[in-house]
Design a protein around this ligand. Sequence first.
Ligand code: UDP
Length: 327
Amino acid sequence: MTNVLVTGGAGYIGSHACKALRAAGYTPVTFDNLVTGWEDAVKFGPFEKGDLLDRARIDEVFAKYAPIAVMHFAALSQVGESMQVPGKYWRNNVVGSLNLIEAAVAADCHNFVFSSTCATYGDQDNVVLDENSAQHPINAYGASKRAIEDILRDFEASNGLNHVIFRYFNVAGADPEAEVGEHHQPETHLIPLMLDAIDGKRDALTIFGTDYETPDGTCIRDYVHVCDLVDAHVLGLKWLEKDKGSRVFNLGTGSGFSVREVIDHSRAVTNRAVPFNEGARRPGDCTKLVSGSTRAEQELGWTPTRSTLQTMIADAWKWHQTGHYDK
Ligand code: UDP
């Protein structure tokens, strides 16, 4: 049995990763404190409830399953909240990750896949963001993820911890079979909020800022389908298993869409009106975050197949309509 420890496996991206790992012949062992995750999303392998701030509990799980690798998704990830309560982000994300990294090394598990973010780059207008771009995060969420990247580099030097860092752009969509999908509480992300507004489950969507220096005044993001994203993780794991050393990869498609463009596509996909109003900027938001790298395609052989806005919104809409979202 080839166990992979998946922290945050009960969350949005982690649960999709568990499905992809299972399909690739691994056994995903979910470690999750269920603060933002859902036990009913753990469908593809064993579940161990635990918190990354509890080192003894992490050690127990390593001893029980002897995983060949860790995929570390567990984190607090709301940009806006991170600006209001930064201590929560530094403690949970950074201290929790440090515990996990030390436990992995102590258990002789030297393959580590880390979920990082393009928020580590910060606002760099008109700069093509590739893996060598400077990292100047403008919010505590991005800063906490950058710090974890630094910790991984130090542990590679000191303990031979091989790692793949994935810097995600905007993850969207859902499992096309709708076994798992996006379910945040509270929800802060654009597409699920918009789908809620479309079918009247929530008030109108508020566009956060219409005075950005972009063609239509709204922020531009690079959206990537969650299934494509987790496929890259399986490829990253195989990379580590081949002892190819540590590497950073952006995961985005290189296409940027504004908030207004996402609204227009949602109208077309769902054939329903999108109620929205225009509001103030949200603190911590960058004007434009679009990947300018094809390293993942070239070096991992990653081929995104579902990352068109049309497919991402259609898959998210299908999941939304299962009603899971309302529980
Ligand atoms: N956004 C918005 N209204 C919302 C939620 C998000 O206008 O209710 C915008 C947000 O300002 C950003 C984009 O949609 O420009 C994507 O935001 P999201 O929270 O989905 O992801 P983030 O870019 O923060 O990771």
